[in-house]
Ligand binder design. Structure first.
Ligand code: NAD
Length: 279
């Protein structure tokens, strides 16, 4: 029986720790503020933004909502970001992605001041991570590290295999595991013998975006398996990139979907906001 890594519980612990910190800061006259910008009303984005607002409320972070129309121009959006960059009472700025097609996403990410880049997507934040300097780290991979640490799973010296090389999950995940002294291999769609590489892993992090692709034949007995994927299956049930029923009996530890990595992303966003406020 694998140890079930409980992301719901761990994310709640993190949020409660942050709530205490924020109360202390408030008592000393400092109010942390996150500005969340949503362009248009994509239903999935509305759900994500709503969850972020709820988490801010729970922790005691002030949230400023900019719900602006789909037709907003790139220039107008850049204007809002510029104003928020210059506003000392705002500590974090988040633009909910994706933005409408007429807006250049890269330009928007680059416009956010690295000191307020709580998503950790700015090239300066990514660069800082890769050379071991201080900077904000992308929330989902930062959450995975917390799951491992708080479940007492050693990373140092371990064979870590990450499947996926996206800018927001796979790449920063690999850098973080390396920072924790893991021996890291990155796999992607062109990797040959994926199964053989995965079978070497003591810690296997799966971020492929393919429902239930990784079954027990990819997993070494006793390995820790972290499933970043989120999908709805043919019965509208949530599932991950890992075939949980097949992998759980061979894994040493595993994250479920839902209730594994998912809740950690917002908890780490809140953590980044508090850090932004302390800078
Ligand atoms: P992505 O599509 O940007 O990247 C997928 C990666 O998987 C690519 O680098 C690709 O090379 C690799 N890949 C695709 N097919 C492969 C194959 N057959 N073999 C090996 N590698 C393959 O996806 P992403 O944004 O990194 O997200 C990955 C998954 O994580 C998605 O299911 C997404 O919904 C989920 N996700 C969850 C959270 C969360 O908060 N839990 C956050 C971000 C993403």
């Amino acid at each position: 029986m694998a140890q079930i890594i409980d992301g719901k519980l761990i994310s709640q612990q993190i949020k409660d720790e942050l709530k205490e910190k924020v109360a202390e800061l408030k008592a000393n006259g400092k109010e942390i503020c996150l500005a969340v910008i949503q362009v248009g009303n994509d239903p999935a984005s509305t759900v994500y933004v709503g969850n972020k607002k709820k988490a801010c409320e729970y922790i005691g972070i002030k949230s400023l909502a900019y719900e602006i129309p789909e037709e907003t121009t790139e220039e107008e959006l850049l204007g809002i970001i510029d104003k928020l960059n210059k506003d000392d009472s705002v500590h974090g700025i988040l633009v909910q992605l994706p933005v409408p097609k007429h807006i250049n996403e890269e330009k928007i990410i680059n416009a956010i001041s690295p000191s307020k880049d709580v998503d950790g997507f700015h090239p300066a934040s990514v660069g800082a991570l890769s050379i071991g300097q201080k900077g904000f780290v992308s929330c989902t991979p930062a959450g995975v590290i917390q799951l491992l640490k708080r479940s007492n799973i050693e990373i140092s010296g371990k064979e870590c295999v990450v499947i996926g090389r996206s800018n927001i999950v796979g790449k920063p995940m690999s850098m973080l595991l390396l920072r924790e002294n893991g021996t890291v291999t990155i796999c992607h769609s062109r990797t040959k013998d994926l199964k053989e590489v995965c079978k070497r892993a003591d810690i296997l992090v799966v971020a492929i975006g393919k429902p239930r692709m990784i079954d027990a034949s990819y997993v070494k007995e006793g390995a820790t398996v972290i499933d970043v994927g989120i999908h709805r299956d043919e019965n509208n049930k949530l599932c991950g990139d890992v075939d949980y029923a097949s992998v759980e009996p061979v894994a040493g530890a595993i994250t479920p979907v839902p209730g594994g990595v998912g809740p950690m992303t917002i908890a780490m966003l809140m953590n980044n906001c508090v850090e932004a406020g302390l800078n």
